[in-house]
Structure formats: C-alpha cells, structure tokens
Design a protein around this ligand. Structure first.
Ligand code: FAD
Ligand code: MLT
Ligand code: ZN
Length: 466
C-alpha cells in the first residue's frame, strides 16, 4: 500500500516511524509484540470507512484497537508488517444523551470513565466497572463483551448495549444505533458484532443503557474460610438483598498480599488474616441507615453460620474507594511481581468449589514451586486462576509451563461444564484452545459467519478463529 495514498484518504493522524508506532504494537502485559505498515487514527466514522475501503481494495488487513488494555492479544497485529493498525482513539464524541429514554450514544473511542462522568452529569449511572476503566474504550468493551465487577446486577457489556454503528470489511457504514429496548426484526446483527473482537467489522459508535444512581452504596470486606463458604454467603446475600447485591468478589490472601507488597498505600484493614476474602457490595434506592442495618444483620447471620470469620462495612466513600482499589490492583500487582500464567474461567456456581479444589490439588502436586493467585467475580462463577513462580530463579523457564498448565486447568474447567474465557475473549491467547473445547459444529457455524461477513479475512485476521 502506498502510504501517501492512505494519508490522503482520511482526516486524522498517521504514524509510520517505529518510535511512534511502538506503543500500539504491544499489549498491556507486553506479552505480544507485532508490527504494522502504519498506525492510523481517523477522526470520524466516515474516515474509518474511507480507510477500510482503501484497505479492502488493496487487500490490506486491518487490526482495530481501542484502549489497548485487552488481555488476550486481540489488539496486537502479527509481526508480518502487512496490516494497518486502526486506533479508534480519536472517535471521542458523546453524540447524544436521552435522559427520558435512559440512553446515551458514544463514539467507539470514548474512554469508559468518561462515559461514567457524562452519565453522572445527568444524574444517571452507566454500570460497567473494570479496573481498566481509565484507559479502555466503549468500542473495546463491546468488541470483547467485557464483564467486570457489577455483572451480577447489571449484566455484561452485551446486556448494556442497545445498538451499534459499524464499518463493514468493505468500508460500508451500518447505522444500527437503535435506542429501543424491544426490537425483534430479524437477526440481531448488534449481537454478532458484540464480542467479535474486531474480526467482523469496526464498531464506530454505540447506544448504551443508563440507570438510576443508587442512593446508598455500601461495601463489606469479609474474611471467609473457604470458597464454599463464600458461595453459601452469596446465596444468603441474594436471599436478603435480591438485585441490590451489586458485586460479590473473592480473592485469596496471597492475591491481596501481592497488592500490599507491590502497590503503595494498600492495606486490608482486617485485624486477623484469613485464607480468603469476599468484597460484597450492596447498592440501593433506600437510605443509608436502613441499608446499613440490613447489611449488619446479614453479616451477623453469616457469622452465626460460620460463613464469615471477620469483617467490616466501609464507613465512608473514601474508605470504599480505597478498599475497591485493593481488588482492582491485583492485575497490576502481578505484572510488577513478574511473569504470570493467567486464566479467565467460568463454571456453574454449583461446580465452582469442586473446580477450585481439583485445580489446586493437581497443580500443587505437579508443580509445588508455583504460587496460585486466585481471585475474581465469583458471584458470576468467573475466576482469574493465575500462577506465578515461587522464587525469581524459576522465572526464566516458568513460561515454558504455560501450555501444559493451560491444558490441565482448562480440562478441569471443561469437565465442570465451564468456559475457558469468561470475559477476556479469545484473541490469540485462547484461539486454538477454544477450538479444542468447542464442537466441530460450533466451529463450523462460527467460520460460516466469519466467511459471510468478512470473506477475504481482512478484519483482524488470525484472532478468534485460525
Ligand atoms: P483493546 O484492548 O484495544 O481491544 C480489545 C479487542 O477488541 C481487540 O480484539 C480489538 O481488535 C477489538 N476492538 C477494540 N476496539 C474495537 C472497535 N471499536 N471495533 C471493533 N473491534 C475493536 N476485562 C473484563 O472483561 N473484566 C475486567 O474486570 C477487566 N479488568 C481489567 C483490568 C486491567 C487492569 C486490565 C489491563 C484489563 C482488564 N480487562 C477486563 C480487559 C480489558 O480492559 C477489556 O477487555 C476491555 O474491554 C478492552 O477494551 P479496550 O478499549 O482496551 O480494547
Ligand atoms: C480483573 O478482574 O481484575 C481483570 O479481569 C483483570 C485480570 O484478569 O487480571
Ligand atoms: Zn475480571
């Protein structure tokens, strides 16, 4: 492709030097490194379409990128230097907010936190909450169908989306920015693009749902003896609070200790350490006094039933924010600690305790030098089941264990009728493994969709499907 022709085809930025392109060509964990003919940052949907049309004519693949916080290598091109990396970072407008309809239309490059702020300005909530919310984009959230800590109450990104605008692999614009809650008029194209990780088209804007801001939000920090006890506590909390139970996260003591070691000013305030902690958030339209009293009652019941060993309810918003930061910083604390082998699994709640036992036993027996960093969205049956080496001298050959450990963890997850990627997508990280656990029919159907929408495999080639 002639770069001059590309430059003239759109308004926005274009980078070709290795230094300018470098931040776009590696991922957040620096696990993958690729190369590209150029990095482009168009200004508008029409500019995206013009670039994609040119790429289509010239047979040049396109790799879409949002905030580049993805954890499955989906936003990094391969190193053949044959693709254009298309960053949506300059599509930054919030196009409209319809307060009466509780909806907002944002362009793909709007940072998730900016959407929170825009919603809050009109006294509404956009409830997608991820530790990466200061950098990830709504386009990336949709492309990965991101989860996070409030799925229990509000659902994944898919459930929060009403409509999308998409540039197709031929460079046409499909305006699917429907703001309706009900619309049964044939195949749901919106749902095909959500979670497709840039392999079917480029999401350039989205219509999303807004919610009332709860009057009271309280967070409990609880020490629990086992994951099984955490699950009993989950059911007890659901029985008491129903949909007001907003988040239910678990983390092992070792996960918390990594944060305390590697991130300044982080300390769990419990007097006695336990093996596991639950962060339990209730949000309600009732006033704080009522909700706090009901929360205290729940904790008393939990203690009587020996589900909780120790615990506290955050006293104010400042403590609330500080405590959530401990949970949110686990991913970063692991990166600071060194290399880790990560998993993002989900199993039915009824099987989660058995799944944890099986993985723990197998890994402890076969790899006694590994440390398990287990945490995640247990309320959704989703755990990040990670490993790091016990001492730095193991670090050099540690990553060579990745494939065999993946196989062992994922075989157990499969036996528990679970998923090997709950919220991070397949990208390249889980692409080949997914093919092992899906049926031939499912792979055939997925390939047929890819072929129908992107027959020349120009959109993010090699991701999701080989
Ligand atoms: P990118 O990383 O840029 O891209 C991700 C994928 O989407 C790639 O395949 C890319 O090609 C494609 N893509 C991006 N934008 C578009 C677009 N506009 N159109 C089409 N395709 C596109 N994820 C969770 O689900 N839950 C969590 O709790 C969570 N916590 C995280 C915490 C940290 C500290 C970090 C670093 C990541 C976390 N993530 C989590 C993963 C990540 O933040 C999400 O997957 C997020 O949705 C990615 O958004 P992004 O804009 O950074 O996308
Ligand atoms: C999280 O829940 O913290 C994220 O999904 C990131 C991670 O898996 O480490
Ligand atoms: Zn997560």
């Amino acid at each position: 492709m002639q770069i001059d022709v590309l430059r003239q085809s759109f308004s926005g930025r274009l980078y070709t030097s290795a230094t300018d392109m470098e931040p776009f060509l590696t991922d957040w964990r620096k696990k993958w490194k690729g190369d590209a003919l150029a990095v482009v940052q168009p200004d508008t949907t029409e500019d995206v379409a013009a670039i994609v049309r040119l790429c289509h004519q010239q047979g040049v693949p396109v790799v879409p990128q949002g905030g580049n916080t993805g954890l499955s290598g989906g936003a990094t091109p391969d190193n053949s230097k044959s693709a254009i990396l298309l960053s949506l970072a300059r599509l930054k407008r919030i196009r409209s907010i319809d307060i009466e309809n509780n909806s907002l239309v944002a362009e793909a490059g709007v940072i998730l936190e900016e959407i929170h702020q825009a919603a809050s300005k009109v006294n509404r909530l956009f409830p997608l909450k991820l530790a990466s919310q200061g950098s990830c984009t709504i386009g990336g959230n949709l492309a990965t169908n991101a989860g996070g800590i409030q799925v229990l109450r509000y659902g994944n990104t898919r459930e929060l989306c009403l409509g999308v605008e998409v540039v197709t692999p031929e460079g046409e614009i499909w305006n699917g920015l429907c703001e309706l809650r009900k619309n049964n008029t044939g195949y749901s194209l919106r749902d095909l693009y959500i979670g497709s990780e840039g392999t079917l088209g480029i999401i350039t804007a989205a219509a999303i749902k807004l919610f009332p801001i709860p009057t009271t939000t309280l967070l409990g920090i609880l020490s629990v003896p086992t994951p099984e006890a955490a699950l009993h506590l989950l059911h007890l909390s659901q029985g008491n609070f129903g949909a007001e139970l907003t988040a239910f996260e678990i983390m092992s003591d070792f996960s918390v200790s990594l944060v305390e070691k590697n991130i300044p000013d982080r300390r769990l305030p419990l007097t006695e350490r336990g093996d596991w902690y639950v962060f339990l958030e209730i949000s309600s339209l009732y006033n704080e006094e009522q909700v706090r009293a009901a929360f205290e009652q729940l904790l008393e019941r939990g203690m009587e039933a020996e589900l909780i060993r120790d615990g506290l309810i955050c006293q104010n918003m400042s403590q609330f924010t500080k405590m959530w930061a401990i949970r949110e910083d686990i991913a970063e604390a692991q990166v600071i600690e060194g290399k880790s082998i990560k998993h993002d699994i989900s199993v039915p709640l009824s099987k989660i305790a058995a799944c944890i036992d099986a993985v723990t036993q197998q890994v402890e027996q076969r790899y006694p030098a590994l440390r398990q960093v287990v945490y995640g969205h247990i309320g959704d049956g989703n755990l990040h089941y990670n490993f790091c080496p016990a001492a730095s001298e193991y670090a050099a050959d540690f990553m060579q264990l990745e494939a065999e450990i993946n196989r062992q963890v994922h075989d157990i997850v499969d036996q528990c009728a679970g998923s090997i990627s709950a919220e991070h997508g397949l990208g390249v990280l889980r692409r080949d493994e997914a093919a092992r656990y899906k049926s031939a029919t499912e792979i055939k159907l997925m390939s047929a969709i890819k072929k129908a929408l992107d027959p020349h495999s120009m959109m993010n080639p090699g991701k999701v499907l080989r």
